[in-house]
Every structure is written in structure tokens, then in C-alpha cells.
Design a protein around this ligand. Structure first.
Ligand SMILES: Cc1cc2nc3c(=O)[nH]c(=O)nc-3n(C[C@H](O)[C@H](O)[C@H](O)COP(=O)(O)OP(=O)(O)OC[C@H]3O[C@@H](n4cnc5c(N)ncnc54)[C@H](O)[C@@H]3O)c2cc1C
Length: 470
């Protein structure tokens, strides 16, 4: 694939395209009576002020109608986040709140069931239109539906996360990366344009609320304390951008060599920022194309950040069972059922796995890396999940344990990418049948000897232990 696949056609009537792609990224969830009242943007997944198509759409409507914009964050209670994840997210939101206020856009954070809180707020504050960003995950889709059924103003959803809007990239669940790749490449150039700037908003309505107390919110959320905050990665959009530039300048050129070597820092470390929407994937790709040549490292990285990432959203949008055994392809379900009665030489409980108490030092180090640092190396994550399949009673239990651990400890947990990858490892999603083996059946197998051939396991273990002690 050439760099040209990613560069818009020339001449590029940029201003015109910006408006066009903005509209294409939007879908109407609920029609309603549009009134000349302020716009409410329910910020959910894309928690940044800049490079945010949902906020840009809200601003465009507000400017057209000479109205103000309000941004709302709503936390459900009890909150599914760990303290580690909350603190990373809250620090990013704090920065976002200040940046929005500096642009005359008010910001509030509330606690409660969004499907109850948001309709009430719409009536109380007399909002004229509701905008939200897109997530393919079940909970957000259910909230959207309940809100749409309750309110009588227009309700728009904007895909501010994917480069190609998820529902336009494909109308169905894709079989694998090779089926989505050509569809994305056909339209990528049209969508991979620079973002317009968020303007200082000229209309305010004087309903300014005090700055959010993130500590007070935290006290009310009953966060899971098992995963404590980590400090090796500074949160927020500014830090995200610095991390991106440092990766492009110093590590991208060796990405193809180092990405699967957990003994060195070969990855970008961008996933926590991308997960909390502190950085737009589209910004990552734009900066990369601006600064870096198209070589095998760049190609490999683009495959991950564009194709594999957008494939995960496709999987979760169209597969209602993305986090269950029943979401696996039929060949995966069948082969795992056929091997359900196979002898399992090692069986571990969730607690033993959580406390890294297996016979395998590599697996234990990987688990420790996740528990202590909140981010396990990507290549090791595959081995980690496949061993959970091998060492638990059945694939249903394996998937449930993998999801539990991943979503509690990883800074980037509870993301479509995690669901798609765990289903890849355990159920063959986006993969193909492989030669039969005990327990795995035709699901792709990974073993310790294979890992030893790829990298120096002791170096990795020492690295994890050294980081734990700092
Ligand atoms: C069992 C398992 C669980 C995982 N759970 C998560 C999760 O909860 N959240 C999460 O973001 N990623 C998850 N991944 C995917 C991948 O491991 C991480 O995205 C990656 O390690 C994040 O680090 P990075 O940003 O430094 O990655 P880099 O290698 O620098 O990649 C850059 C970006 O490309 C995308 N990407 C990379 N690998 C993949 C992949 N395999 N599939 C889709 N997109 C990819 C991500 O957006 C990533 O941030 C999981 C993978 C496995 C095998």
C-alpha cells in the first residue's frame, strides 16, 4: 500500500469537503421539533476539545442558529471504572473542561443513569437539540435508544472516533481484516482530511456552572480500588500529543522490528489516550503522514491504527454478542464444543490468575505487568488470553475471566479493541481455522517455546520486575 492511499485527491476543495465529511459522519437517532435553543453535546467516548467531529458538528449547528453550546459528561453509578482508569480519565476531562470554557462552551459533569438524567436536563434547561459521539458498545447504544424514545428534540450521533464512519465503512459484520481493508481504502482519502478549528463560541447564555470537583465526583462513584493509579504515562490531550510526536520521532522507524518484542518499548503507548478520546486516531494518522516516510514500519503501524482498530468497532457494532461465546464464528463455537471434554493438565481459578500464580513465569510476568502498570505489551496479550483458554474449565469461563481482568486493570480496558481481540484469541473471530489441537481445536495456538523464539523472555521478565520496583 502506498502513502497515496492516504492522501486526499488533488486539487482538494478542502473547505467544501470539511462540511461534506462532517455531515456524512452524522446520523439522526431521533427526529424532533428543532427550536432556537442551546445545543447539548453529551460527550461520552471522545473526551477532547480539539479534533472532535461531534463537538464541531454541535458548534456548526449552534453558529447557524446563534445559540450557545453545553457539554455534558454523565457517569453512571455504580461506575464500572477502576480508580486507575478514573484518575487517568478525570485528569483529561479537567483539561478539556478548561479548554472548553476558554472557548465560551460550558461544561458540566453529573452522576446518574444517562437515560434518566439527560431527558430531565433537556426539559429543565430547555435545550433545542442533543448531539452525542458514537460508541458501538451495548450500554451506550441502549442509553441512546432510551433517550431517543423519551425526548422530543432532534438527537444526532456523530462518529468522532473512526476515520471512516463505522456505519459507512461497512453495513455488516466483516469476516476479517482482509474484507474490511479494501472497503476502508476505497474511501479513506475522502475522510482523512485535517480538522477545522473549534472556534471561540460567540453565543453564551449566562448559565455557567462552577468548575467540576473531580475529587467529589470520585468519592461518589464507588470505584474499584483493586487497580490503583499509575504514573508512568501522564494523562490528557496535551500529553497525548507529546507522546505521539515522541513516538513518531524516535520509535516509529523501528516499529516493525520491535512491536512484538516486549523486552523493549517498541509500541506507541497511545491506546489509553485513544480509549478515553484524549487523542483522535485521525490526528495520529495525519501527523504520521506529515512527518514520516512510507516504509515497512509506517505500513505496519497504519495497519494497526486504521484497519485493525476500525475492524474492532465494526465487530462490536454489528455483533450483539461481542463479549460472549455466542458471538464467535460458527466454526469457532463448533470446534471449541468438540474439545470441551479434553483433558486440561492445568486448571486455575480466577483468583489464581489474577494474582499471577500459575506455573508459567512468562504468563505471570505479563499479568503482573498489567496489574502493576495498567498496560501489557500487545504481543504478550495474545499469549496471555490463549493461556487463559487452555487453563480454565471452558471457553465461556475463559472469555469471562479475560474480560474481567482486562477491563479492570488495563488503562485501555472496556474498549471495542479489547472485545474483538479477546474474541480473536479465544474464539477465532477475524481468524481462520488452524490444524486441530487438544483444548483449542482449530483455534490458533500459541506456546512458550514459540514466544522464546521471538524474544528474550528473561529480559522481559526482568523489565517487568524492575518497573514494579520503581
Ligand atoms: C487479549 C487482548 C486484549 C486486548 N485488549 C485491548 C484493550 O482493552 N484496549 C485496547 O485498546 N487494545 C487492546 N488490545 C489490542 C492491542 O494489544 C493494544 O491496542 C495495544 O497493545 C495498545 O498499545 P499501543 O497503543 O502502544 O499499541 P501500538 O502497537 O502502538 O498500536 C497503535 C494503535 O493501533 C491500534 N491497535 C494496535 N493493535 C491492535 C489490535 N490488535 N487490534 C486493534 N487495534 C490495534 C490501537 O488503537 C493502538 O493504540 C488487546 C489485544 C489482545 C490480544
Amino acid at each position: 500500500m502506498s502513502k497515496e492511499s492516504y492522501i486526499p485527491n488533488k486539487p482538494n476543495p478542502l473547505a467544501q469537503r470539511k462540511v461534506l465529511t462532517l455531515q456524512e459522519r452524522v446520523r439522526l437517532l431521533q427526529q424532533g421539533q428543532r427550536s432556537n435553543q442551546p445545543i447539548l453535546y453529551w460527550m461520552f467516548r471522545d473526551q477532547r476539545p480539539d479534533d472532535n467531529w461531534a463537538l464541531l458538528f454541535a458548534q456548526k449547528m449552534a453558529l447557524d442558529n446563534k445559540e450557545s453550546i453545553h457539554v455534558l459528561i454523565c457517569f453512571e453509578s455504580p461506575c464500572p471504572l477502576s480508580r486507575r482508569q478514573y484518575e487517568f480519565m478525570a485528569a483529561g476531562l479537567k483539561e478539556t473542561e478548561l479548554a472548553l470554557r476558554a472557548k465560551n462552551i460550558s461544561f458540566t459533569c453529573v452522576i446518574g443513569d444517562p437515560a434518566t438524567v439527560i431527558p430531565k436536563l433537556i426539559i429543565k434547561r430547555n435545550f433545542g437539540c442533543l448531539v452525542t459521539d458514537f460508541s458501538p458498545l451495548r450500554q451506550k447504544k441502549q442509553w441512546n435508544k432510551r433517550i431517543a424514545d423519551t425526548i422530543s428534540i432532534p438527537f444526532y450521533e456523530v462518529d468522532a472516533h473512526n476515520i471512516v464512519p463505522c456505519w459507512l465503512a461497512s453495513p455488516k459484520q466483516e469476516y476479517a481484516a482482509y474484507t474490511l481493508r479494501p472497503k476502508l481504502h476505497r474511501v479513506l482519502k475522502q475522510y482523512l482530511i485535517d480538522f477545522p478549528q473549534l472556534l471561540r463560541h460567540p453565543y453564551v447564555d449566562g448559565l455557567e456552572s462552577p468548575l467540576t470537583s473531580w475529587e467529589r465526583i470520585q468519592d461518589q462513584l464507588s470505584l474499584n480500588e483493586a487497580a490503583q493509579p499509575v504514573h508512568w504515562l501522564a494523562p490528557g490531550s496535551r500529553e497525548a500529543y507529546k507522546t505521539l510526536l515522541s513516538f513518531l520521532e524516535t520509535r516509529l522507524s523501528d516499529y516493525h522490528k520491535n512491536v512484538n518484542n516486549p523486552a523493549v518499548e517498541g509500541q506507541s503507548q497511545l491506546s489509553p489516550y485513544l480509549h478515553f478520546g484524549q487523542l483522535a486516531p485521525q490526528r495520529v494518522v495525519l501527523e504520521l503522514l506529515r512527518h514520516n516516510p512510507m516504509d515497512s514500519s509506517t505500513e505496519k503501524f497504519l495497519e494497526q491504527i486504521v484497519i485493525r482498530r476500525e475492524l474492532a468497532d465494526n465487530y462490536c457494532l454489528y455483533n450483539q454478542s461481542y463479549d460472549h461465546f455466542s458471538g464467535f464464528p460458527s466454526w469457532g463455537q463448533e470446534t471449541l464444543r468438540q474439545h470441551a471434554g479434553d483433558n486440561r493438565p492445568y486448571l486455575y481459578s480466577q483468583q489464581e490468575l489474577e494474582n499471577h500464580l500459575t506455573h508459567d513465569p512468562l504468563w505471570n510476568a505479563a499479568q503482573l505487568e498489567m496489574v502493576e502498570n495498567g498496560k501489557m505489551n500487545g504481543y504478550v496479550r495474545m499469549y496471555w488470553a490463549k493461556k487463559i483458554l487452555e487453563w480454565t474449565a471452558n471457553p465461556e469461563e475463559a472469555l469471562a475471566i479475560a474480560i474481567y481482568l482486562n477491563n479492570l486493570y488495563e488503562l485501555d480496558g472496556n474498549d471495542p479493541i479489547g472485545y474483538a481481540n479477546m474474541a480473536w484469541c479465544i474464539g477465532g473471530v477475524h481468524d481462520r481455522p488452524w490444524p486441530q489441537r487438544p483444548i483449542f481445536g482449530k483455534i490458533r495456538y500459541m506456546n512458550y517455546a514459540g514466544m522464546r523464539r521471538k524474544f528474550n523472555i528473561n529480559e522481559y521478565i526482568n523489565r517487568v520486575l524492575a518497573r514494579k520496583n520503581t
